[in-house]
Structures are given as structure tokens and as C-alpha cells.
Design a binder for this molecule. Structure first.
Ligand SMILES: [Zn+2]
Ligand SMILES: [Zn+2]
Length: 135
């Protein structure tokens, strides 16, 4: 049974997960910051064997870093998942690619020693429901 589905921005890569998500983590390490381009990365951790690339396997590019490998859509650049030698048998799915990302809540922050100082003040920053009006 497919419990979760996801895709990249352009839709050329589609995947399914046939197991529950084991853990959801916010990673604040410098590697994740560089290869996502964001302040931190949120990952759903699943057994690698439960990941099925349903469409676009040939579109996926890989890049090796440290002990890990990032997999992303070669057409639109969306990062899809990482694997890491430190965590054999697991893969880290980029939360934003999951269809139901809004239903999944992180349980732990990791690599907080390299977390950006302003992350903890997010909820107190001036917030708009949508993008600002163009002036
Ligand atoms: Zn794509
Ligand atoms: Zn990281």
C-alpha cells in the first residue's frame, strides 16, 4: 500500500512510499544548508526499500558530498532525497516534496550547533498571509 506520495516541482519525478515515516527531523547542519539553499532542511526518514520512484527515474541526478549522496530532479533541480553512509538502509526525503507535507510535523532538531541564530525567532518576525504587494 502506498502511504505517501511526492514529486518534484516540474512533475517529471514522482515517488511513492510504502511504509510509515520513521522520524521527521529538521537538520541545521552546514551541508544541508548548502545543498538545499535554505536555512535548514526538513527530512522524512524512511527505509530506503520503501521508496519507489514511480516516474522519472532517469531524470534523477545525484551529487556526492561527505558520506552522503543528494538526489534531485535533473530538470527542475528540486532536491528529492539523500542517502548517507552513516545511516545505511535509510533515506531522507525532503519534506517539501511530499504531497501531504502539511500533515507531517518534525519531532527533533539536529545539528543545532550550526543552527542559524535567527531560526528560533521565526514566530516573532513580522508575518504576512501572502507575498508583499509590489510597490
Ligand atoms: Zn522536476
Ligand atoms: Zn544536515
Amino acid at each position: 500500500m502506498d502511504l505517501h506520495k511526492g514529486s518534484c516541482l516540474c512533475g517529471e519525478v514522482n515517488y511513492k512510499l510504502d511504509s510509515e515515516i520513521k522520524r521527521v527531523v529538521n537538520c541545521h547542519c552546514n551541508f544541508c544548508r548548502s545543498h538545499s539553499g535554505a536555512a535548514f532542511s526538513t527530512f522524512a526518514v524512511v527505509p530506503f526499500a520503501s521508496l519507489e520512484i514511480a516516474k522519472g527515474k532517469e531524470k534523477i541526478s545525484a551529487f556526492q558530498f561527505g558520506g552522503g549522496e543528494k538526489h534531485f530532479c535533473g530538470t527542475c533541480g528540486t532536491p528529492i532525497f539523500n542517502v548517507n553512509k552513516k545511516y545505511p538502509g535509510l533515506c531522507m526525503i525532503y519534506l517539501g516534496t511530499l504531497e501531504k507535507a502539511g500533515d507531517i510535523t518534525p519531532a527533533v532538531n539536529i545539528w543545532c550547533e550550526s543552527k542559524l541564530g535567527w531560526v528560533d525567532t521565526l514566530s516573532s518576525i513580522h508575518s504576512l498571509a501572502q507575498g508583499p504587494e509590489r510597490k
